[in-house]
Design a binder for this molecule. Structure first.
Ligand code: GDP
Ligand code: IMO
Ligand code: MG
Length: 422
């Protein structure tokens, strides 16, 4: 089994990019399998910071190949900006970055539809990143979409025009939205020329041939399992399968090829956008978590909602993903807290439960917390698990015991080397 998976166990931004970048050197290929530029994966090393949206987080490891799989939706404008930043930083990608021809394209009118649909929802809005994700996946499943491979076909402009016209007629049901379509379209067409210069492959053959040759592959998830289109807090979710099952459809590989499923969780919990979040804190402690953790979106800059870790929620996402090991990130954010809480159950209508209810969006869910002693000291310069303060070790042991899965790594800072392998 040669494909290991890294994915988020919460509502995104768990630190997937950092962990993928750290582990990438142990693999031959890093592949994104779903999502699109709604993702923002932050990497920090050698005093530099990069935020990747479409490009896999293995791109800074010079010997590794990177594949944008067919399950991803691509906005050529964002992609071309990301490539500019790589070029500026002197990172080569011409022979290392591959794009599956079957990946779908985000059109400017997909973004316009996203904005119009969110505006029309008023209070019920999803809090979308407005990158056109929902409308693009709708066209994919509705069998109207344009794919990367289509840009080389003779009838591409005709098909583009037909899809744009369809979008314009759909837009008539919405109030007008502030969006300079002409300017965006010009940028998009220009960016297609950048896309044309990249290595386009039949991603499913590319990956399966690599597997036959014994290559090791790391699949990089985007968003988090609680944003999965099927198992997340619907309708406050994204439009792709963010869970491990998405690897098979998003890369064209058999389930039997999947090896380790590495689930990432913060030592606490955040969410950006609307929707249920049972352990959210609306008080000073929540604000402290936001400040200590620098919890502002990597893609949109929005403040993230903050709260304590939610164990029933994690048990659920461990279950649907088949998680084999956990990486706990941002444990250093808790350094200053004299007391740390963990959500151990919910009270709904006076009843206690550890299960996420079907109607999670409509219920008044009261979290039940268990308190833990904080360590109230810096973790700076700690490089082994043994050297962690006892209270930090105890917190990790507690999480392992509660979840029934080993914590294999603990991240103590945003930089690449700030990682303890347990
Ligand atoms: P992703 O979307 O899962 O890749 O995560 P994001 O990049 O959106 O958000 C994670 C944020 O936390 C980024 O700003 C990272 O630089 C930062 N980060 C990652 N790991 C750690 C950690 O262990 N400690 C701290 N303090 N920050 C971290
Ligand atoms: P990474 O990969 C956190 C959230 C949005 C919104 C909902 C739907 O960086 O962890 P969409 O743009 O998909 O229509 O938004 O999902 N969302 C994310 N939240 N991290 C992400 O990605 C996210 N991608 C989407 O805030 O609530
Ligand atoms: Mg992110």
């Amino acid at each position: 089994m040669a494909i290991d998976v890294i994915l988020g166990l919460q509502w995104g931004d768990e630190g997937k990019g950092k962990i993928v970048d750290y582990l990438a050197s142990d693999y031959d290929i890093v592949a994104r399998f779903q999502g699109g530029p709604n993702a923002g994966h932050t990497l920090k090393f050698d005093g530099k910071k990069f935020v990747l949206h479409t490009i896999p987080s293995g791109i800074f490891r010079p010997a590794q190949k990177n594949l944008i799989g067919n399950g991803v939706v691509i906005d050529p404008i964002t992609l071309s900006k990301e490539l500019d930043k790589l070029r500026d930083a002197g990172v080569s990608f011409a022979d290392r970055l591959f794009i599956s021809k079957k990946a779908h394209l985000i059109l400017p009118t997909h973004r316009l539809l996203d904005a119009a649909s969110e505006n029309a929802k008023g209070k019920a809005k999803i809090g979308s990143t407005l990158k056109g994700i929902g409308p693009t996946y709708m066209d994919k499943t509705g069998r109207n979409g344009l794919r990367v491979g289509d840009i080389a076909r003779a009838n591409f402009m005709e098909r583009y025009q037909a899809l744009k016209d369809k979008h314009l007629s759909l837009l008539e049901i919405y109030p007008p939205t502030d969006f300079d379509l002409e300017a965006e379209e010009a940028r998009w067409m220009e960016s297609l020329n950048v896309l044309r210069q990249l290595l386009m492959v039949d991603g499913e053959y590319y990956i399966n041939e690599a597997l036959k040759e014994g290559k090791k592959i790391l699949a990089e998830g985007a968003q988090g399992s609680m944003l999965d289109i099927d198992y997340g807090t619907y309708p406050f979710v994204t439009s792709s399968n963010t869970i491990s099952a998405g690897v098979c459809t998003g890369l064209g590989v058999a389930p039997s090829q999947i090896g380790e499923v590495i689930g990432i969780t913060k030592a606490y919990c955040t969410r950006v956008g609307s929707g249920p979040f049972p352990t959210e804190l609306h008080d000073e402690t929540g604000e402290r978590l936001r400040a200590e953790g620098g919890e502002f979106g990597a893609t949109t800059g929005r403040p993230r909602r903050c709260g304590w870790i939610d164990l029933p929620q994690l048990r659920y996402t461990i279950m649907v993903n088949g998680v084999t090991q956990i990486v706990m990130t941002k444990i250093d954010v808790l350094n200053a807290f004299e007391e740390i809480q963990a959500g151990v159950g919910y009270r709904i209508d006076g009843q206690q439960t550890q299960l996420l209810p079907y109607d999670i969006c409509d219920q008044d869910i009261q979290p039940i917390f268990e308190a833990h002693k904080g360590w109230e000291t810096t973790l700076e310069n700690i490089t082994t698990f043994e050297a962690l303060p006892q209270a930090a070790k105890d917190y990790v042991y507690y999480i392992e015991e509660q979840l029934g899965v080993k914590v294999s790594m603990i991240s103590t800072g945003p930089e690449r080397e700030k990682l303890i392998v347990k």
